[in-house]
Design a protein. Sequence first.
Length: 331
Amino acid sequence: MNKPLLSVIIPVYNAGDKINRCVESILNQPFKDFELILVDDGSTDDSLLKCNQFANQHENIRCFHKSNGGPSSARNLGLEKVNGEWVSFIDSDDSIGEDWYSQFFKYANYDLIMQGFTFSDCGGEPHSYSYESHDYKNKDIVRFILDFIDSPGLLLRGPVNKFFRKDIIEMANLRFDEQVLCGEDYLFNLGYIYNANSVKVLPVCSYMYERQASGLALRKYKVGDHIDWQLKIMKALVKNAERFGDEVDLRYFYKKYAIELTGYLLNISIEDSLYKVQFNKIRSSIIDFRKYIFYSKYVIAYFSPFLRRKCWSLYLHIREIKRKIFFNQRL
């Protein structure tokens, strides 16, 4: 086939009951100038069989198989195989609405194009996350990060519902960090944003995201691993602030992560040797660390076990009083 405008990458793992809906939603698009790259990540069900069937039936679909290594390694293999000028990612249990791709290419003069999505939690009632149309260019890009860093739907965190330029991915040698199991998508996005000069946000939400009970977002990891991964994300945010922002933006990211990372310490006993190791790791990575958390609720992380228990009991007591006041006001 000729070089397509778009390469769509789908990592597939045990998605035999979902992959048909996902692929057919792509094939039903009026926009046809794309290739679809299916990467089976060592599935143990009939996912590979179904992917091969699609590849045999459609010349613009290619299927690759690898041993299980997680979604990052599957996406990275897909990135090695792309031929298109643009790249988008779709998860195998998601789908896209009609004319989804055509909406993007009205704005192909931007480096990153992004829209909202419709979210369904384990088959529950769907919720749409749509945002106003907005352009961000050059120094304004730090505003884009600040606008969406904690937005409903956490739009910056995942690689789906976005269009990336292949030449920027290759120029910056961007890949998903396979050592990071929670936040690797966010790191990829931040690395890409650092190398972009323009972003377009579209006011639509026709990407259908469905979270499964066994999904990655629901897994639990060690506190120390979480801290390591979050420090990587913080450093990527700081790097963007240094390029696009100013001293105020830089301090904001340091303060935000000083508080968030200290929150992880509350899951470790202050008497545990791991506490000191993780505390020193955070403190040495964040400028003005003590100042940022001294006036926050996470200052409790400095307290002795006895005081921590007392503070927690007090917090629960106050929360219960607030709850009673709230319900009394509604009566």
